[in-house]
Design a protein around this ligand. Structure first.
Ligand code: MF3
Ligand code: CO
Length: 284
């Protein structure tokens, strides 16, 4: 007889009895577990992966198109055309009233930069392009940095270290580890390099909704926070500032997030799945 009867199990049937047993042990210790609905079923994973494939193909396509002299509104047009051509919807569009299909955040813009025909990519710029896709109701999310023309070594290093921060966050995201392990790994690497971590924006559960639980903070304490359980899908998307961590939101458009000190900021975002043996990178 199976140890865990259907219905008394926390994990859906695509997970092993060993995983279920492990989870019950942590539960007994009083460690905070994710809500059951954050553990993806096989069917949900199929949909999320399909969505992610489009999102990744879109970023690959954009990486070939982005060039010096391009207005960021053109990136927006490409995102709209590519996504709808693949039978999908740009998740950003009208999300909480956001007016475009993609966020394009240049230099001191931390995130949520709004594409504009008046904003032209120039040599020396770094730009984060953040795209999110809805396909058959499933969500995917990722962002990459692009360096335009000649970028100074200092700024290049910020971009590289930020990518390392994201990757160290992913490495820390292991089954039965804790949410705080991710933030701790990211924060340590950023601060060791003399940079600061933006606190106001987090990674997030993503898959069945655009932004769902948990908040994935990019600072933290090892061994603290929610248990990481196989079947969770969430993003890790550190925003790392060259200077101070403080930010402000543009009052005029209500969206654009900028560094207080005007120094550049970088961000890389991946969506991952916690598996029974480690994790799987769903988008990057
Ligand atoms: N794609 C962003 C994220 O990584 C969210 C953008 S919301 C928008 O979570 F409304 F600004 F598009
Ligand atoms: Co995100």
């Amino acid at each position: 007889m199976k140890k865990f009867m259907h219905g008394s199990r926390f994990l859906p049937k695509n997970y092993s009895d060993e995983a279920e047993e492990k989870l019950q042990q942590f539960k007994k210790q009083g460690i905070k577990l994710p809500m059951k609905n954050l553990i993806r079923t096989e069917e949900q994973l199929r949909g999320i992966r399909e969505s992610a494939a489009i999102n990744t193909a879109l970023l690959d396509f954009l990486s070939e198109q982005i060039h010096e002299g391009m207005p960021t509104s053109e990136i927006d047009h490409l995102v709209y055309a590519f996504t709808t051509d693949h039978g999908a919807i740009p998740a950003d569009f009208l999300y909480e009233g956001y007016p475009r299909c993609v966020c394009t955040s240049i230099n001191e813009v931390v995130c949520h930069g709004i594409p504009s025909p008046h904003e032209i990519l120039k040599s020396g710029d770094i730009v984060n392009v953040d795209v999110s896709t809805i396909y058959k109701g499933y969500y995917s999310d990722a962002s990459r940095m692009f360096m335009i023309g000649e970028v100074s070594p200092e700024v290049r290093r910020l971009v590289e270290v930020t990518r390392e921060c994201r990757d160290l966050g992913i490495q820390a995201a292991q089954p039965w580890a804790r949410l705080g392990d991710i933030g701790a790994a990211i924060q340590a690497h950023a601060e060791k390099n003399g940079y600061s971590v933006v606190r106001e924006f987090c990674g997030h559960g993503c898959g069945v909704k655009f932004h769902e639980e948990p908040d994935v903070e990019h600072v933290g304490r090892k061994g603290s926070g929610m248990l990481l359980v196989p079947g969770m899908t969430f993003t890790i998307e550190p925003m790392i500032n060259m200077g101070r961590k403080e930010i402000f939101i543009d009052e005029e458009d209500g969206w654009t997030v900028c560094t207080d000190d005007g120094l550049p900021s970088a961000q890389w975002e991946s969506q991952i799945l916690i598996t029974e043996t480690g994790n799987e990178i769903i988008t990057q």
